[in-house]
Design a protein around this ligand. Structure first.
Ligand code: NAD
Length: 493
């Protein structure tokens, strides 16, 4: 305990020294959170460092002929840990991409995969580009060239390194990458498994696009199944009617907000985007706002709801749940003490800096950490990779068999129905619902739901059973680091 207190004091001192605007970098932030957990563990000497450090980061600069000139781009692929292979992690397209960022995101991937028991090491890639500046044809040229550079070094490979979408990329880019790999590896029967997040017609899986947002919904549903945890956040009841503010209405933020509003009756009172925010205490129409954003590139001018140019200010507004789903470090030492939401779920990676994390925890705010909250994406990517290696759609073998067995039960119930007359009858919807075998989408959602529930329970168990673990993030790190450590130990390292 003395050692723990010492590390914590050291951390607080360091935090004060590094307070905004000189906060630690993203990677330092992740490492500090890692160190906080490791201080509570009993790892073999040197193992902590082996797990923490980034194995390798490859930087590539390549030229593409565009609009009559050669444009040079800089990209990265970082491999954090190869305790399991392939390593896995998205490819981000944004102007802010840099080595520190991909290394931080790669490290988070290692811990995330361990926490949700996806059998991968951690990796991440990025290209420094604003995709909005280029048309689809140009983006294809750039993506194929970047993929070529990574493929020839086995930094994209079904058994070694499998990317996925992240900020600024989606199905289109993944399809180009898969095709580029197939062209360069014409005899690889598993070529499609070199990347996940592909469209379904190009080897993708149903439910991958929605997966990360769906995972955020399942994470919140699981949280609200535990009255003790709800009370820790000072909340009560269910998700119904909860006031939610979402930052970033992209893939993750849009799906999370839409599902929570449409299926759990939560109220999306605020949406924050690049150019400002919308607020309506009666709740916003997520679908309509997203359409407006897609057509106009921003939220300004959207219908008659209140628009404010100062989007970041809305992070500090009163609400029940805050969902940062855009980018990292948006809650930092400059605004942490003004955050009012009692519950924050980190749909984005690293939205809270290490310093801000301490401030929020001291205020009693419960944070559902990124490595768990946004793990829906990698979970369904895992299913897609398995599907590609199996070369068969989930449910294809058993669906009709399942339906014919259910038919037997329904036939018997109908016989009983006739026999009992008015005394008993089947519920109106039972037959339709029971007879239908699960298709791929239902199986994917079921696998995702199970993953999110089991992972939450493993974090929660540590959170509630140890006096020295005060927050879910530390608990998540302890579970994840313990699993990675066991994996290294099993290898004899
Ligand atoms: P996206 O590009 O689809 O969406 C990001 C959204 O954030 C966009 O609408 C953009 O306009 C908005 N945005 C950008 N800067 C902003 C700012 N300063 N303020 C407010 N809004 C801003 O990206 P995404 O795939 O939804 O990823 C969002 C976050 O989720 C990232 O941190 C990413 O690493 C993480 N994540 C994504 C996935 C996935 O499957 N896509 C999986 C795990 C984690």
């Amino acid at each position: 305990m003395k050692y723990v207190r010492f590390v914590r004091t050291l951390f607080l001192f360091w935090r004060t020294m590094m307070s905004a605007p000189n906060e630690p970098s993203f990677r330092e932030s992740v490492d500090m959170m890692f160190n906080r957990a490791v201080a509570l563990m009993d790892l073999a000497p040197g193992l902590e460092e082996k797990i923490r450090v980034v194995n390798a980061t490859y930087t590539v600069r390549f030229g593409v002929r565009l609009r009559g000139e050669i444009k040079t781009f800089t990209g990265y692929r970082s491999v954090h840990s190869e305790h399991m292979e392939p390593v896995k992690g998205g490819i981000r397209y944004a102007l802010g991409v840099n080595q520190d960022e991909v290394e931080a995101l790669g490290a988070l991937m290692t811990y995330k995969c361990a926490l949700v028991e996806a059998p991968f090491g951690g990796s991440k890639g990025g290209l420094r580009i604003d995709p909005r500046e280029y048309n689809a044809q140009e983006m294809e040229l750039i993506t194929r060239r970047f993929a070529y550079e990574l493929i020839k070094r086995d930094l994209i490979n079904p058994s070694q390194n499998v990317p996925a979408p992240d900020m600024g990329t989606g199905e289109k880019e993944m399809a180009w990458i898969a095709d580029q790999y197939a062209r360069m590896n014409t005899t690889d029967i598993n070529a499609r498994a070199c990347v996940t997040g592909k469209p379904t017609h190009a080897g993708g899986i149903a439910g991958r696009v929605e997966a990360t947002g769906r995972g955020v919904q399942y994470a919140l549903r699981e949280f609200f199944r535990h009255p003790e945890d709800i009370a820790k956040a000072g909340l009560d009841g269910t998700l119904e009617g909860k006031k939610i503010i979402v930052q970033g209405l992209g893939n993750v933020g849009y799906h999370a907000a839409k599902f929570l509003r449409d299926e759990d009756n939560a109220k999306i009172v605020g949406i924050i985007e690049r150019d400002g925010c919308l607020f309506d205490a009666d709740g916003l129409d997520v679908e309509a706002a997203q359409k407006w954003l897609a057509n106009h590139g921003g939220l300004a001018g959207y219908m008659d709801t209140h628009f404010d140019k100062d989007g970041a200010k809305l992070l500090e507004a009163d609400c029940d749940i805050l969902i940062p789903a855009a980018l990292e470090a948006v809650i930092n030492m400059t605004n942490a003490d003004r955050i009012k939401a009692p519950l924050i779920i980190e749909a984005a990676n690293g939205p809270i800096t290490a310093g801000a994390d301490e401030v929020l925890c001291d205020k009693g705010i419960v944070i559902i950490p990124d490595m768990y909250a946004n793990a829906g994406g990698v979970t369904v990517s895992y299913f897609e990779w398995v599907k590609n290696l199996g070369h068969i759609r989930f449910g294809r073998m058993q669906r009709r068999h399942e339906e014919s067995r259910h038919q037997l039960v329904v036939d018997e119930l109908e016989r009983l129905d006739r026999y009992l007359g008015d005394a008993w009858s089947m519920s109106p919807d039972f037959k339709r619902k029971y007879l239908r075998g699960a298709d791929e989408l239902e199986l994917v959602r079921s696998g995702l739901d199970d993953t999110m529930r089991v992972a939450y329970q493993s974090m929660r168990e540590v959170w509630h059973s140890r006096d020295d673990v005060e927050d879910l993030r530390t608990a998540a790190f302890i579970v994840a680091i313990g699993r990675v450590a066991r994996s290294y130990t099993a290898k004899g390292l």
